[in-house]
Each structure stands twice: as C-alpha cells, then as structure tokens.
Design a protein around this ligand. Structure first.
Ligand SMILES: Cc1cc2nc3c(=O)[nH]c(=O)nc-3n(C[C@H](O)[C@H](O)[C@H](O)COP(=O)(O)OP(=O)(O)OC[C@H]3O[C@@H](n4cnc5c(N)ncnc54)[C@H](O)[C@@H]3O)c2cc1C
Length: 477
C-alpha cells in the first residue's frame, strides 16, 4: 500500500480541486489502521467516486481511496447484504439483480460508492434515503487513548449517526444494507395542471418525482409506481433508447449549447416552450426492472447542483418562493408575490434580493422528489426529535459558466429557505450554509456531535467543509 504521487484531485462537478500530501489505496483493514496511526493529526478524508459537489473529500494531508474494498456478501436470510465501502452502487445492483434482489432505494445514478452515497444521505423518490436502510457499519476510527481501531456499529444513536455521517466518524470499511426482492416499476410522463394535481396523484403513484419547468413554469410528473407483476413491457427497450437519446443526450446537449455556450435566453425559452412538449408521450406507460427504470444517465454532462429539502407542510410556499426568486433573477422587472415579499422583508433580505435581480436565467428543470422520514441523526430527511413527516428535495442545477451568478441566487435561496421553511441542504451537493444557519433545522445535530467526539476525539476526520457546515458554531471555535 504505497502512497500515490501528488497529483491534483478533482470532483465530478469540477468545483473542488486540491492536492493531498498523500493519497492511499489500502488493500485491507490493517492498511487503514496504519494510515490512521500515521496521520493522527489529520485531516484524513476518504474519497468515494468524487460525485459530491460539497467539500467532503478535500484534505491537505491524507486522502484514502477504498476502491479495493468491494466484497459483496448476501446474508442467508436474503434480506441483508454486506458490501465493501468502495463498491460502486452499479456493481452492487448488478450482483443483486443476478440473484433476484435489489436495494430498496437508489438515486438517479449508480456511479457512487456505497459508503459515499450513504455518507451524504443519497436518495431517490418515494422511499427513505439509502442511509435509512443501513443495518450496520464497520468503521476505522480512534479509541479513548487515541489508538486506531475498527468498530462495528449496529444499534442505538451510534448507528443513527453512522447511517449518514458525512465521513465525520471515521473511515467506513463495510456497510450492511437491507435488500429486497427485485421489483418492477411502471411509469409515464404526464403534464399536470399544477402542484395540487401532482400531490393528488401521489398515493396512486408513490414513487413519483416531478419537474417544475423554467420559462413555462409548467408541472411535469414522472408518474411511477411498483408494478403488480414483474413483466417487462414490450416497448421497454425502445423507451430506454428514447430516454437515453432524446432526454439524457439531446435535451441536455440542447440546454448546454443554448444556455452555456450560446448564452441565448430566447433559445432556452424555445426548448421549453416548443421542443420539450413534443418530446413527451403521456400515452407511453412502460414497465421495466426497478434498477433500469429509476436510473438516468444524468452524469453525461457536468453540472453544479444544490438541493434543498423542505418538510411536506412547507412544500407549497417553498416552491412558490423558488419560482418567484428564479423569475426575479431572470427578469429584473418581475414582481414577486406579496407572500414572498413579506417573507423576504421579515428576514431583512430586500437588498440581497435587489442584488440578484436580472442576474441569472435559470435553464434546467427543477426536480422535486419525496423522501420518507429517515431513522438517522442528520440525513436531510432525518426526523430525529421532531414529528415524522415526508421531506421534499428540490434540486437546482446549472450548466453555465461562470457559475457565480447561479451561486448567488442559490445562496439567496438557501439563506431564505433555511429559516423560513426549516430547509436543509443535501450534504453532497453545493453547500453555501454554515453550522449556525443549519442548527435549528437539525434537532439531532447535538447528539451527532457527541457521537463524533467518541469516535474522533481529536477531530482528525474534520476538514474545512465539515468544520464550517457541521461543527463551528462561533467565529472563535
Ligand atoms: C450526476 C450525479 C447525480 C446524482 N444523483 C443523486 C441523486 O439522485 N440523489 C442523491 O441524493 N444524490 C445524488 N447525487 C449526489 C451523490 O449521490 C452524493 O454526492 C454521493 O455522496 C456521492 O458518492 P461518492 O461515492 O461519489 O462519494 P464522494 O463524493 O467521493 O464522497 C462523499 C462524502 O462521503 C465521504 N466518504 C466517501 N467514502 C467514505 C468512506 N468509506 N468512509 C467515510 N467517508 C466516506 C467523503 O469523504 C465525502 O465526505 C448525484 C451526483 C451526481 C454527480
């Protein structure tokens, strides 16, 4: 296990770039313990697939890559699978599928590592996040006397913390997850009159996700439910090809070309008003295996994303605010609603709003996904210490460069939505808030910090992102 050379490390989105002093590819747990012994002043960070936009992987000292930890073991009860931390989700899904099994919940892509995905509460739609389904974790951390050790965490608050820890407890070596019999998903895409129509259909299509389309501000529902029988539709192959070519490639190419390269607001408008409607075929109802249907090639074009979670009771005003602010950013003369105006005035952020007016034209559908309450301390859908309710993840994506105009608008939305709606930001996506701003939204944060102190008393696993987002509550800490 020789440390690798001093090359730069870059994440998927290209917004994180750094040079660690040492980069390790350990082959077994003993190797990991040696790294922890050697770098006990830190910071030690782990990299998965590098698909986060937040700064979790950054370190000036030791970067650990667990790509050799890929062993998969299905338990005899066929309800649990233990998997090496560095195994990619795609590899795990393929292994499970060959045995008639799958994961209860996945995100839009499967390129992430298992430990990377659970570290940030990665989620899909209509189920809990992946973190919720973690049954136990093996983790390399520090003991009371500062010696490196491996702990198995399988119950209580420590498990709730380890299920989604942003890597703050130590190096996750192996994860045991629930698995379920393979299931099929029936879906279609259909335009809806508004949010009410979408929510009315939620119980009939519990795996639904929906999109708020910029420029037209129309609602498109990806209506999805578990199919009653595991039978693949005859047009499933054609549908997969259509989705890949028309949506994943051509639509994204069109958006990238018009918004990012030509910077033409009119052409982006044309795409959403004229082209997108003719690309949607609501009469196509297609059933396919869950891991084919739920995944997209969302990773073909590099982008930057921030995702804001709001509790169900706040979804309506939150979406109204998002669309109001994006319209004001697009058109300096746009008059925001009285409700949004009052909310912004209550926060004394009128000047900040004036600063972003007319500065940025949003050009990508806003995807909204429902995540059921998680039994964790700090995943975005965690309900620890509060009344259980579903959370809705609202995603904001940009393809344009420079990214600053988008970041200014996203920052404004994050700073308004956190206090107004108890909103939480995805730990793996662009993260412009600090620990003071998020504290009130996470009743489990104090318990999480206490568990971190037991696993990492010297803060070896903390980097600047973790310090700012999770731990530092005053300027002087
Ligand atoms: C195209 C694209 C699509 C996406 N779609 C979704 C989606 O549908 N839903 C969703 O919720 N998210 C989505 N994401 C976000 C992504 O799932 C998360 O950011 C996830 O954390 C990335 O996993 P990774 O393996 O790349 O981890 P990395 O980005 O490499 O690391 C993420 C964090 O986990 C820590 N970590 C990684 N491995 C370990 C370990 N073994 N021990 C301790 N800490 C560790 C890292 O230090 C870092 O803090 C998407 C991202 C992209 C780029």
């Amino acid at each position: 296990m020789q440390p690798r050379g001093l090359s730069h490390v870059r994440n998927f989105g290209g917004n994180i770039r750094f040079r660690p002093r040492k980069r390790y590819l350990p082959r077994d747990e003993e190797d990991v313990l040696r790294i922890l012994d050697e770098h006990r002043t830190g910071p030690i960070r782990v990299i998965g697939a590098g698909h986060s936009w937040s700064g979790g992987i950054e370190t000036s000292d030791a970067l650990v890559d667990l790509r050799h930890f890929r062993r998969i073991r299905i338990h005899p009860d066929r309800r649990r699978v233990s998997v090496g931390a560095g195994c990619r989700i795609a590899e795990l899904l393929a292994h499970l599928a060959r045995r008639g099994l799958t994961l209860p919940s996945i995100g839009l892509i499967a390129r992430q590592t298992v430990a990377g995905a659970i570290a940030t509460g990665t989620h899909g739609s209509g189920r809990h996040s992946m973190s919720h389904y973690v049954e136990s974790v093996r983790i390399a951390c520090y003991g009371k006397n500062g010696e490196a050790e491996v702990r198995r965490v399988d119950s209580g608050q420590a498990l709730r913390a380890a299920r989604c820890s942003v890597g703050a407890l130590g190096v996750v070596l192996e994860v045991t997850l629930k698995c379920v019999p393979q299931y099929y998903v029936r879906e279609r895409c259909v335009w809806r009159a508004g949010l009410d129509a979408i929510l009315d259909n939620e119980s009939a299509a519990p795996l639904q996700q929906f999109y708020l389309i910029p420029h037209t501000w129309a609602y498109l529902e990806h209506e999805r439910s578990v199919a009653v029988d595991n039978h693949r539709s005859s047009i499933a192959m054609l549908y997969r090809a259509y989705w890949l070519i028309v949506i994943d490639v051509l639509l994204h190419l069109g958006i990238k070309l018009t918004a990012s390269l030509l910077r033409s607001r009119r052409l982006v408008d044309f795409i959403y008003r004229r082209l997108l409607p003719v690309c949607i075929f609501p009469q196509w109802r297609v059933t396919d295996r869950s891991d084919r249907q739920l995944l997209m090639r969302h990773d073909l074009f590099r982008h930057l994303e921030m995702e804001v979670f709001v509790p169900r009771e706040k979804l309506r005003p939150a979406l109204a605010l998002v669309s109001d602010i994006l319209r004001a950013a697009d058109n300096a003369d746009y008059e925001i609603s009285a409700g949004a105006h009052d909310r912004i005035r209550a926060l004394d952020l009128q000047d900040a709003l004036e600063n972003i007016r007319g500065s940025y034209s949003h050009h990508y559908p806003i995807c909204v996904r429902r995540v059921l309450p998680d039994d964790t301390l700090i995943s975005m859908a965690s309900c620890h210490g509060m009344e259980e309710q579903d959370w809705y993840a609202v995603s904001l994506i940009t393809f344009t460069h420079p990214r600053l105009p988008f970041q200014n608008v996203a920052h404004f939305l994050a700073t308004t939505m956190a206090p107004l709606f108890n909103a939480r930001l995805h730990w793996g996506k662009w993260f412009p808030l600090n620990a003071r701003q998020i504290e009130d939204s996470y009743p489990g944060l104090a318990a999480f910090r206490a568990i971190c102190a037991q696993f990492d008393p010297q803060g070896v696993f903390r980097n600047q992102y973790l310090e700012e987002a999770l731990f530092r509550t005053s300027d002087y800490q």
